[in-house]
Write a protein that binds this ligand. Structure first.
Ligand code: SF4
Ligand code: SF4
Length: 100
């Protein structure tokens, strides 16, 4: 998920595992993980600090896709809070990365 501040020019980084192809922008998120591999989002920066570097260390892999570890932990503790975090991240709004 992108930070509010301008990012470095986007460079393709290696995914740590075989993943689904990134869908087109606006399509349902398939957990390809590319967004979090390329950049640590604002939530990740809040948790890890400004020095956090992509791929996001909070990214988790299971069930054939990637997941946000912050959301998973929040869901264990407080479902309403997790829902707020999902809203913040735009989860459910489709892929925002502009994949082709
Ligand atoms: S938002 Fe897009 S790039 Fe990010 S995990 Fe979902 S499908 Fe992949
Ligand atoms: S894994 Fe979670 S905290 Fe890290 S960049 Fe992705 S959405 Fe943000």
């Amino acid at each position: 998920m992108p930070r509010d501040t301008p990012a470095e020019p986007r460079q393709q980084k290696q995914l740590p595992m075989a993943t689904p192809d990134r869908p087109v922008m606006g399509a349902r998120c398939n957990g390809c993980g590319d967004c979090c591999v390329q950049e640590v989002c604002g939530l990740g920066i809040e948790v890890l600090g400004e020095s956090a570097q992509a791929p996001c260390p909070l990214l988790r892999q299971h069930d054939g896709r990637f997941w946000c570890g912050v959301i998973e932990e929040a869901e264990r503790v407080d479902v309403a809070f997790a829902g707020h975090m999902k809203w913040r991240l735009g989860i459910g709004n489709g892929c925002f990365t502009g994949g082709a």
